[in-house]
Each structure stands twice: as C-alpha cells, then as structure tokens.
Design a protein around this ligand. Structure first.
Ligand SMILES: CC(C)(COP(=O)(O)OP(=O)(O)OC[C@H]1O[C@@H](n2cnc3c(N)ncnc32)[C@H](O)[C@@H]1OP(=O)(O)O)[C@@H](O)C(=O)NCCC(=O)NCCS
Length: 155
C-alpha cells in the first residue's frame, strides 16, 4: 500500500537550504532524467509556493509544491491551488513517498480553505493521481516536451 513506509517523513520547507535540496531533486528528475529544459524547470512561482520535502533519515528523496491560483480553473469557482513539481528520486519510487507528498500538499490546501486542486499530469503519472481522486479534464496537450492532461480534485 502506498504510504505505509514509516521511515519517510514529509516536512514543509523552512529554509533556503531546504529549498536548495528540493531544487536539486527536481534537477535530477526533470532536467537530467526527463530532459525538461532548464529554463522551464524553475519559475517565478517557486518564490511564493508552499514546498514540501520527503526525508529518509538525513536524505532528501522527494519534493512537491502547492501554488495558489489567481483565478479558479475553467468551469470552477472559489479559491483553487495547483500542485506541481512532484518528484521522487528514481530509486525511491513505488514506496509511497509520492503519495505522502501529495497528501501533505492537500492538507495544506485544506488548511488554506481552498476548494480544489488542479494539476498538469504527465500521462505516465495519470494513474498515480487518479488513485488520489483526481479526474482528467480536456484533451492531451504537450508541455515541456511530454504529453500532459489537466486533472482536478475538489477538496
Ligand atoms: C509521480 C511520482 C512523484 C510518484 O512518486 P512515488 O513515490 O513513486 O509514488 P507512490 O509510491 O506513492 O505511488 C506510485 C505507484 O507505486 C505504487 N506503490 C506504492 N507503494 C508501493 C509498494 N510498497 N509496492 C509496490 N507498489 C507501490 C502505487 O500504487 C502507485 O501506483 P500507480 O502509479 O499505479 O498509482 C514519481 O514517479 C516521479 O517522481 N516521477 C518522475 C517525475 C514525474 O513524472 N512527476 C510527475 C509530474 S506530473
């Protein structure tokens, strides 16, 4: 079952050093592994986002972020957030870390009284998000050189 690994702790990023660890994981996963252009990987949202870090002991193995959307997605109302930059180091995948990261981001979204979360899922990650209650909307589109789908979940 996803989420059963007790030795992995997910924490909010609280310092510049922890943000650097998150960006290092994203560099390995998105830029090196998935060949996302470096210019796209880091963006202006990083400064405002709520970031989380998954720790296995002293080692950071995963990250993700929640960004407040300035307006609700199409056909929706109220305050929405966007989850993104979900990344777990390859050798640590399929052990529930991604699920723990997503749960922590959703908990923060609920704390902020957001009514829903949207995201752009890589097709390869669609099943992962479906398992967490996200529903696909619209057609497949290309982003960062990979096929993506918009997905949404009401909280
Ligand atoms: C997407 C990603 C963050 C998921 O992280 P993860 O740590 O592998 O996530 P989990 O372990 O919680 O779940 C992944 C899968 O492993 C399975 N799993 C979880 N624990 C497991 C276990 N103990 N044994 C076997 N399978 C397990 C889950 O059922 C899940 O299956 P699904 O993909 O069919 O839903 C990770 O694959 C990743 O970093 N991918 C590359 C970057 C990327 O594509 N990011 C998403 C951009 S939209």
């Amino acid at each position: 079952m996803a989420g059963e690994n007790e030795s992995i702790l997910v924490k909010p990023i609280e310092s510049e050093g922890e943000l650097m660890q998150a960006l290092a994981i994203r560099e390995i996963v998105f830029i090196e592994e998935q060949s996302v252009p470096e210019s796209m990987e880091r963006d202006a949202d990083d400064a405002q986002a709520f970031h989380v870090l998954a720790m296995e002991g002293k080692h950071a193995i995963g990250t993700g972020r929640l960004v407040m959307l300035p307006e609700a997605p199409k056909d929706e109302t109220g305050s929405w957030g966007r989850v993104g930059r979900m990344a777990v180091l390859q050798s640590n995948r399929k052990g529930g870390t991604g699920s723990k990261l997503l749960t922590a981001l959703e908990a923060e979204a609920k704390k902020r009284k957001l009514v829903g979360i949207m995201l752009h899922a890589q097709l390869s990650a669609m099943e992962f998000y479906k398992r967490h209650g996200y529903e696909p909307h619209g057609a497949v589109f290309e982003e960062a050189g990979m096929p993506h789908l918009e997905m949404k979940k009401k909280l």
